[in-house]
Design a protein around this ligand. Sequence first.
Ligand code: C2E
Ligand code: CA
Ligand code: CA
Length: 813
Amino acid sequence: MGYWESRSAAATDLWISPEFAAFYEFDTVDGFIPIATVRERYLPESRKLLQAHYATCWAEGRPYAVQTKLRRPDGSVLDCVVHGEAEFDPSGQVRRVSGIVRDVTEETTALRRLAESEQRLADFVSTASDWCWESDAAHRLLPYPKSLAGNAAFQSVAAGGRARWELSYAPEDTDAMARHRADMEAHRPFRNFTYTLIGTDGSRVSICTSGKPIFADDGSFLGYRGTSSDITQLRAAKALLDQRTRALEEAHQLGKIGTWSYRLNAGRTIWSPELYQLLGFDPDTFQPSYANIRPYFLGSDADRFRDVQNRVLRSRRTEATDLRMLHADGTARDLAVICKAEIVHDKVIGIIGTVQDVTERKDAERQLEQLAYSDPLTGLANRALFTRQLAALIDGCAVDGRGGALLLIDLDRFKEVNDSLGHAAGDKLLIQVSAALRQELGTRTFIARLGGDEFAVLAEDYGMSDAALTGLADRLIAKLSVPVDLAEGEACVGATIGIARLPEHGATAETAVRNADLALYMAKEAGRGRAKLFEPVYAQAVDQRLDLSRHLRHAVETGALQAHYQPQMDLRTGRVTGFEALLRWTHPERGPISPTEFIPIAESSGLIVDLGLWVLREACRQGRAWLDAGLPPRSVSVNVSPAQIWNVDFETAVSAVLAETGFPAELLCLELTESLFVDHTEQRISRTLTALSGLGARLALDDFGSGYSSLGYLTRLPFDCLKVDRAFVDGISTAPEKRKLLGGIIALSHGLGMTVVAEGAELPAELDVLGGLDCDVVQGFVFSPPVAADQAPLVAASIEREAWRIQPRRKRV
Ligand code: C2E
Ligand code: CA
Ligand code: CA
C-alpha cells in the first residue's frame, strides 16, 4: 500500500510515500514525482479513468476508488485500486487531494481462480451423468445450486424436500431402502446404494448413490453430502447381458456345448463348467492340462488336436474338427470342436474353443451308414461300401506299399437252385455261402455281396505269391462246392473266381473291378468252378471287343451288313422249303468277321436289338421280294437273341415288320436257343412264345444238343420245329450210339408234332442216315453254304434238280 498527495489542482508533481515509490519502482525527488511519469505507467484505459476522477475530485470534491492496471518497469502488470479524496479548507474549497494505492493483484487472481474453479465444477457436474446432493439433519434432500444441479431426475427429487425413503420407489427396493434408512439414521457413510424411482407417469429411473455424513465442529450432525448417478441404461444393458448370458448357458447345456480357453502366457487351459459336466470331470479335482487329458483321446486324436491348435495359432484361422474322446465314465464320445485364435491388439494371446457332444448324431449317422452300407440278407457289406473300401485299399497300397487282392466270386448254378427249390431256398443258400466265406476268411477280411450271387473279397496285405492267391481262391471254391442241405432240398452250387492283384491290376477301384471281372469271365470261359488271376492280355481282348463293338454300331447305323441265306431241303420231297438268314459283316480293316464273334458283342452291348430288327426286316423284305418274283413260297428263318425278346416289346416289333413288308407270317420262322430260358420263369417264357406263335409265325428251338437239351421244354412250349445241332449230326454215319439217340429225339419230336431240321450235314453219308432216321429237313454244306440273296434262288433250283440222286438212297434205308 502506498500513499499519495497532490497539493494543487495545477500541480505537475505528486508526493508519494516511500512504500509507493519502492513498490512501483518510481524514482522520486524528496518524495516528489511528476504526475505525467506516474500516469505513463497506467494502462491507457486506466489512465483516462484516473485522470477523469482526479479532475472531478479537485473540481467537485467527489471521492473515488478505481480499479486500474499499472505496468512495472519489468513489464509485469499489477492490479491496483487507486483511491482519492478531497480535503477542504474552511471555505469549502478543495485544498488538497490525497489517497492510497493498493496492490490487489493477489486478491483478484484468487477471486478469478475461484470463479474459474466454480465454473469448472459446474461444467463437470452438468456434463456428467452423476450429480451432487445434500440432505439436512432431518435427511430432507436439499435443492442444490443450479450450477451443480445436474440431472433432471434429481432436481425433481430434491425439489420435494423429502427424505429418500419418502420418495416413490419401486416395491422390490423396500427391504434395501429400509436398510439404507437405518444407515443414514445411524449417520453411517454408504456407497453405491441403488434404487429405482417411479415417476408419476410410471417411468422408472434407476439411481446409484453414495454419501457421507457431515458434522459441525462441535460434532453435531448437519446432514449428508453425496453423489448420485442415473444407472437406468446401465442396468438395462446389464439385465440384457445377464439374460443373454443365461440364454447362452442354457443353450450350451441343451446343445451339450462347453467352452475352453488356452492362454499362451499362462500356458494353462481353462474349462467352462459346462465342459466339465459334458466330459464328466469334477472341476474341483480335475486339472485340464494337456498331460491329464491326453489319455482320454481315442486313436491318434490327441496328436491331431494338438496339430489343429498349432495351426490355429500360426494361421490365426478358425478351424473345426471332430474328435473322439472318453467320458470320465469310460464311454466314447464324439465331439465337434471349434478352435479360434484369440487376438488382442493384433497379437495372438491364446486359443478359445467350443466343444459340442455330437455322439447321438454320430451314432445315428453310423446306424444310417450301417443300413446304407450293408446287405440286409447276409449282413455282409454291400456294393456301395465295397467300392469305398476298395478305393481305400488302393490308396493305402499307394501310401505304404502294401499289397492286396480283389477276388470276385460268382456262384455257379445258383439260378438252378432258385428255379428248382424256390427263392426262399436261394436266400438261405446265400446266407450259408456268406457264412462259409466268413468262416474261411476270418472276421478281419472284408467281404461284400455285390448283388445276386456275386461276392467280393478284399484280401489285404497277404504278401502272397500268385500261387498262394490262387490257392486261397481254390480253398474258397472247394468250400462253396460242398452240397448244402436246405429244408427245400439239397443245393449243390460251385463258384468261379476272378482275381486282380492290387495295386498292379488296378490303379483305381474301377479298373481293379474291371480286371477282376475279366479274370472271372475268362475263368467261366475256361469252364467254371475255377479261379483265374488277371493277365494283361485279357484287357487287350476287351479292347478289341470295344473296338469291334464301335465298328459294329457304325455298320448297323450305315447298313453295312448283309444277310446270307442257307437253303433247307425237305428230305422227303427233295424241295428247298426255306432259307435261314445268317448275318454277314465285313470289317473295314479285318475283313469278314464271323457272327459267332460279333453276335456276343452285340448282345453284351445291347446293339443286338437294332441288329436283330434289321435282320428280321431284311429277311422279310427279301422273302416278299422272292414271292413277288414268282418263286415258290419258301420259309425264311431268322435267329433271335434272348436280349431282343426281353428288352423290347418283341411281339409288336415282329407284327409291325410283317405288316410293313407284307411277308406272310406263316412263312416266317423264329429261331430261339435254350439261352432264352436262363433267368426267366417258364411261365413268362411260355406267355411270350405263345404270343409270338399267335402272330402266325413258326418257332424253332435252335442248337438242340449243344446245351442243356432239356426235353421238358419241348413238351411244354409251343415250338413247331427242332433244329438239331451240328454237334449231333457230325459223325453220325460212323457212331451208332449217336444215331440211336438222334433217332429217339426225332421220334419224340414227331410225337409232339414238331418238324426236325438237322443242321450242319456235310457228307452225303450223313444224309443217308438222317433220311433213314426219318429226319424231315436238312441244312448244311452238303447242299450249300449260306449265299448272298441274289444267289439263293439259283442255288435252291440247282439243289432241287439234284434231289433225285438222294431220293433213291432214302428209299433204300
Ligand atoms: P446257327 O444259328 O446255328 O447257324 C448255323 C451256323 O452253322 C451258321 O454259321 C452256318 O454257316 C453254319 N453251318 C451251316 N451248315 C454247316 C455245315 O455243314 N458245317 C459247318 N461247319 N457249319 C455249317 P454262321 O453263319 O457262322 O453263324 C453262326 C451263328 O451266329 C449262328 O448259328 C447264329 O447263332 C448266329 N447268327 C448268325 N446270324 C444271326 C442273326 O442274324 N441273329 C442272331 N441272333 N444270331 C445270328
Ligand atoms: Ca440258327
Ligand atoms: Ca443252329
